[in-house]
Design a protein around this ligand. Structure first.
Ligand SMILES: Nc1ncnc2c1ncn2[C@@H]1O[C@H](COP(=O)(O)OP(=O)(O)OP(=O)(O)O)[C@@H](O)[C@H]1O
Ligand SMILES: [Mg+2]
Length: 421
């Protein structure tokens, strides 16, 4: 018997941890019995401790003094990875913050396994970075070195959609050609895989994997465009300077506020003075005052989270009203699904195109796909599901466990690696 291998699905929005056990692969409870943990970390300056997941979000929501960071996977492969953020009197690099989160997952797994775990298989998107193989490779190297700094000795990577395929395969009763679609918080990833009950026992699956494609589009992008399109204008986005003709105010603070992994960058002293100046020169200072208030009171994640909830609510309602008293006492912002879907139509089209590219590079016809297996939280959006289904219209649609499939598949992979070692 080889050494235990731990499986980590480090997601942009949510993470899971898997282990293999005599009963088979399983996800371990990470927070009060929950098998998922939000990929969130809170530096609690009041109580001088670091908190993770739901506990981190609750501490932030309950206005503890400190700093919340989320969606940090998105900085891998970008120049932000080496940036540091002010936390109290210290500066901490985003790389070290990801390290703290992974170390927390490692500690929870070790507690569950009752021993030190040094081998890990980590899921990765097909493309951390679109259209740049060098940066994509760099992103994986960064994640590997962060994992090694946490004490892992062997770090294996597996594509997230292949992991989801392994999970799906555990339920099939005959050979099928499956298109696996994992539409998450940061990326959308696809694989064409031949799955079968017999193939489950083989350790080398290369001949069954026909193609992988991915694109850096996920739920956090939908949040961003909903925010920029329908919420940020209430905070002065796209308004003008008072005296400079038609010149618009800078858009970058609004982009940062609408982008999960950039919110914390707004909280430095330099930005505070730039925003004050912008307020003084603004044509509609009452709106820009709201932006200043959100930044001053560190409500950026609250706002992003309220926009995200509205996005989810728009799945089942044409109109949703977002109440934002922490932006302005009586502010209620209406958002609607038609406008939202139009604004993100180009992103949705990228998802559909990426599926068609996957089938094409598999060298098979669309008709040969038997099953479309959907996982990832963003596959809950009706129009995203429709875009996927219309790329392989005759395929049978199977919906997996949206938040567990990738982690369970990585745990299957961990079992294979353990048997080999
Ligand atoms: N019911 C829902 N309707 C629409 N979107 C949803 C729903 N539930 C969750 N989401 C979105 O799903 C995303 C998170 O999905 P998931 O946990 O699969 O991502 P992830 O694995 O963390 O990200 P990635 O794999 O891209 O790194 C978030 O953007 C969230 O807003
Ligand atoms: Mg995921």
């Amino acid at each position: 018997m080889g050494l235990a291998v731990i499986a980590i699905d480090f997601g942009t929005s949510n993470s899971t941890v898997g282990l293999t056990s005599p009963q088979g692969p399983r996800l371990i409870p990470l927070e009060q019995g929950n098998l998922t943990i939000p990929s969130a970390i809170f530096f609690n300056l009041e109580d001088d401790k670091v908190q993770f997941g739901r506990e981190a979000i609750a501490a932030y929501t309950n206005h503890y003094d400190g700093r919340l960071l989320r969606s940090l996977k998105s900085v891998l492969g970008s120049s932000l990875i080496d940036e540091s953020t002010e936390i109290g009197h210290e500066r901490i690099s985003l790389k070290d913050i990801i390290g703290k989160f992974l170390a927390h997952l490692k500690a929870l797994a070790q507690q569950a396994a009752g021993k030190e775990l040094e081998d890990v298989v980590i899921g990765r998107p097909v493309c951390f970075v679109d259209d740049d193989a060098r940066l994509d490779q760099l992103a994986q190297q960064q994640l590997e070195s962060i994992a090694k700094a946490c004490g892992f000795k062997q770090v294996h990577f597996q594509y997230e959609p292949i992991a989801a395929a392994l999970d799906y395969e555990s339920s099939v009763s005959r050979e099928e050609m499956a298109l696996i679609a994992d539409i998450g918080g940061g990326t959308s990833d696809f694989s064409v895989v031949r799955v079968s009950p017999q193939a489950r026992r083989r350790s080398d699956r290369r001949s069954d994997i026909l193609a992988n494609t991915g694109v850096h589009v996920g739920g956090t992008d939908f949040d961003k465009w909903l925010s920029l399109g329908q919420v940020m204008p209430h905070l002065g986005y796209k308004t003008h300077y008072r005296k400079r003709g038609e010149l618009e105010l800078p858009s970058s603070p609004y982009f940062d506020l609408a982008t999960w992994h950039r919110i914390s960058l707004l909280y430095g002293k330099k930005t505070a003075s730039e925003l004050k100046e912008m307020h003084l020169l603004a044509g509609q200072p009452d709106l820009v005052h709201r932006l200043l208030r959100v930044v001053r009171e560190r409500s950026g994640h609250q706002l992003a989270s309220d926009v995200e909830s509205a996005k989810i609510a728009l799945s089942s309602a044409a109109d949703v009203r977002i109440s934002l008293p922490y932006v302005d006492e009586h502010l209620v912002v209406p958002v609607n699904s038609r406008d939202f879907e139009q604004r993100v139509a180009a992103l949705t089209e990228k998802i559909g195109q990426c599926i068609r590219d996957c089938v094409r590079s598999a060298g098979i016809s669309v008709e040969q796909i038997d099953t479309l297996f959907l996982t990832g939280g963003t596959s809950s959006l009706n129009f995203v599901r429709d875009a996927c289904a219309s790329a392989v219209p005759q395929a049978r649609l199977v919906e997996g466990d949206k938040f567990a499939s990738v982690g369970l598949g990585l745990a299957i992979e961990a079992g294979v690696l353990r048997a080999r070692s």
